[in-house]
Design a protein around this ligand. Structure first.
Ligand SMILES: C[S@@+](CC[C@H](N)C(=O)[O-])C[C@H]1O[C@@H](n2cnc3c(N)ncnc32)[C@H](O)[C@@H]1O
Length: 434
């Protein structure tokens, strides 16, 4: 609610037109296959305008499938392909009418104006009529929107229902809500207790966790530049579940550690902050590796970076084994849908098998790089058992020198549990006599 209110206050700003125009552009980008993060990146809006844009776009994507169904009821025929922008405009307008707090007449007028901005002035009357009809009939229309898949594509809903018959409604509810803002205090620059007091002085009450003093949770998103010491790298944005990785791997002094799939570097920087000074970070994407560089510049850390396919060890490994390896594997991202709502639209059933094959290939490739007695932390931000429990069970079955290590923070975490993202962790140890 807090985030919603903030968003709406911002939508009243004089630059509202620019925000609405940018929102249409971002949805167009997502529709053409971009991630929402990539589509947001080139938008030059900052501060409160950017926060409003994110509220509009992420909220609309979170309920895109329901809003599509609503649009279909309101329109006599679907939009022609060349009029796709009008579909995005209508979805955004319906989202604001359903969840915003500005007067309905202002919302309708402002979005109707946008027909000019997308160069479809002929649609002005139609858009006005459709939005006003929604307002007149909203009770009936909203009630008729019964969606047994709870805003998810049918294939994904079926998989989640099958894997989690009890938890499925809670998973769907978490996926459909705005996440809180998790912060990780950079303990090398500021004391977490002192940082929490600085937040309190701003009127921001952060919740803590038992397993890390540096993990703080604010109930709703805020423009990060307004956080104390943001520019000085005192704090990073990182979900609580993602922060578990470095605590589970728990670097020990002098250990040689590999972060095999490192970009954009959130966990690399955290490992460094927890004392991993002999750290190698790999990522297949040279472009994404630049983001690791930027992350380390902001938060501090000296790490050896290399662009390589981690599974192709002949191309990057000098044969010296590692004491510990973090494999934060590429996955379907089905645990972080609340944070990346475009995932539910972009992901296809065949992506699951592809992710499972990649993960198995990475596990196989990296296992020889671990010294006997060393540990490997396998992580995904997925909730699908084939990428997680089943993947690790099969790996342990194939490798007699691999065994699971008991750890209270490992296992499957579902989205929304303790206000965190959905994540999976398994800690493996290599037989010391191997
Ligand atoms: C889940 S993200 C990692 C997130 C990162 N650990 C963090 O905390 O910021 C997965 C990463 O794996 C990389 N990747 C995918 N396949 C890879 C491969 N075969 N070798 C190395 N990196 C790979 C992707 O480019 C992507 O950056």
């Amino acid at each position: 609610m807090k985030e919603m209110r903030t968003g709406i206050e911002r939508a009243k700003s004089t630059s509202g037109g620019a925000v609405r125009k940018a929102a249409i552009t971002v949805l167009r980008g997502v529709d053409s296959g971009q991630t929402v993060d990539a589509a947001l990146l080139p938008v030059s809006l900052t501060g409160t305008d950017r926060a409003t844009l994110q509220w509009l776009v992420l909220g609309t994507l979170r309920e895109f499938l329901s809003v599509q169904a609503l649009s279909a009821k309101l329109l006599r025929k679907p939009w022609r392909e060349e009029d796709a922008d009008l579909g995005f405009l209508l979805s955004l307008a319906l989202f604001e009418l359903r969840h915003g707090q500005r007067p309905a007449f202002a919302v309708v007028n402002d979005w109707v104006e946008m027909t000019e901005a997308v160069k479809k002035p002929w649609a002005r009357g139609l858009m006005n009529a459709v939005l006003r009809r929604y307002l007149r009939e909203r009770e009936v229309l909203d009630t008729a929107l019964v969606d047994r898949d709870l805003g998810h594509p049918a294939w994904l809903a079926a998989r989640l229902r099958a894997a989690y018959p009890q938890d499925w409604p809670a998973i769907a509810a978490a996926n459909n809500s705005a996440p809180p803002l998790w912060l990780r205090v950079n303990t090398q620059r500021v004391d977490p207790g002192a940082y929490r007091r600085l937040l309190a002085e701003q009127g921001r009450e952060a919740e803590g966790v038992t397993w890390s003093a540096a993990a703080l949770c604010l109930p709703a998103s805020v423009p990060v530049a307004t956080l104390p010491g943001w520019d000085a790298g005192w704090v990073a944005v990182q979900d609580g579940a993602a922060q578990l990785a470095a605590h589970i791997l728990a670097p020990r002094e002098g250990e040689r550690i590999l972060d095999a799939c490192a970009a954009p570097g959130g966990k690399t920087a955290h490992l460094w902050a927890l004392g991993a000074t002999r750290l190698d970070a790999l990522d297949r994407s040279a472009e994404r590796l630049n983001r690791v560089r930027e992350t380390l510049e902001r938060q501090g850390g000296e790490v050896h970076l290399q662009a390589a396919d981690a599974a192709e060890t002949a191309t990057w490994w000098n044969g010296e084994t590692y004491d510990a390896i973090l494999l934060d594997a590429p996955c379907t991202g089905t645990g972080v849908i609340r944070r990346h709502p475009d995932i539910r639209l972009r992901r296809q059933p065949e992506d699951v098998a592809e992710a499972v094959a990649q993960q198995a290939r990475l596990l196989e490739g990296l296992w020889p790089c671990l010294r006997p007695g060393g540990r490997l932390l396998y992580a995904t931000c997925s909730v699908l058992p084939e990428e997680n429990e089943e993947q690790i069970a099969a790996f342990v079955q194939r490798h007699s020198d691999a065994r699971r290590m008991a750890h209270p923070l490992t296992g499957q975490r579902l989205p929304g549990q303790e206000d965190m993202d959905g994540f999976y962790y398994a800690l493996l140890e290599k037989d010391a006599c191997a």
